[in-house]
Ligand binder design. Structure first.
Ligand code: SAM
Length: 240
């Protein structure tokens, strides 16, 4: 996969060289290009914003540098454009899977009051465009949202995680939250690891984890439980 990010703060993306995303790049599973939007400005102040038509507070990102950036990065429209915005579709594990299936993504980081809408409308005439919200709150800019999305997407790429089984049982893999996890020592500050996890009985452990996952989901995210496909529940799940 190739990911390009356009931003006025390229320094934000140092973390993409660290940890498993850095390793994915080093091993050739992932290519990342981070680009300064001001590269595509032509005035002495390298201006990227202007006052909004119709009045109101704040500034809006001008279309010209964005248009040139997208022309340069995807001249044939050979990428999917992802634009973080609080007005977008909510990001989810399902969307991370969908985006992980794309060979090329371009992320456009907005600042100020956002990017002139015509940039997105024009881009949509030549490539798929997806406006994505991280959640129902407002950040200063799209950079942190893009880091979050990159991390969620890249860990789904085949070969990135040392043990791909980690993906199978984690929270949101099957619409429920993961059961609590424990490691050594068996007793810590008066708190014990549940006996069953030390029993060696893999069948009972799997059942316990499933029960815990469902109970946690019911307590913390009843919305997820309500959306579960009833066909994946067995008799004991229903009894819980
Ligand atoms: N005026 C915009 C609105 O009310 O929808 C908010 C602009 S916000 C201050 C500046 C930029 O931060 C946005 O263009 C977007 O890139 C990013 N941003 C802010 N909140 C976000 C969120 N919840 N999800 C994704 N991106 C967000």
């Amino acid at each position: 996969m190739r990911i390009d990010v356009v931003t006025i703060f390229p320094e934000y993306f140092g973390p993409l060289d660290l940890s498993l995303i850095g390793k994915a790049q080093a091993s050739g599973l992932l290519e990342v290009g981070v680009h300064d939007l001001r590269t595509w400005t032509h005035d002495v102040h390298r201006t990227v914003d202007d006052s909004p038509y119709g009045g109101g507070p704040g500034m809006v990102m001008r279309p010209e540098p964005w248009g040139e950036a997208l022309d340069a990065l995807a001249p044939e429209g050979e990428a999917r454009l992802v634009v973080p915005t609080p007005a977008g579709e909510r990001f989810s594990q399902a969307m991370a899977h969908e985006l992980a299936g794309e060979p090329r993504l371009i992320f456009a980081c907005g600042r100020y009051e956002g990017i002139d809408q015509r940039v997105l409308d024009h881009a949509a005439t030549r490539m798929p465009v997806t406006e994505v919200s991280l959640g129902d709150y407002v950040l200063f800019g799209g950079e942190v949202a893009v880091l979050v999305m990159c991390e969620a997407i890249v860990r789904l790429l085949p070969g990135v995680l040392g043990n791909a089984e980690s993906l199978a049982e984690e929270s949101h893999a099957h619409g429920v939250l993961e059961a609590p996890v424990y490691t050594k020592p068996p007793q810590w500050r008066g708190h014990l690891v549940p006996d069953i996890l030390r029993s060696g009985d893999h069948g009972r452990i799997a059942r316990w984890r499933r029960d815990q996952a469902l109970l946690r989901t019911a307590q913390r995210r009843p919305d997820l439980l309500a959306a579960l496909d009833p066909d994946i529940l067995d008799k004991r799940d229903v009894a819980l």
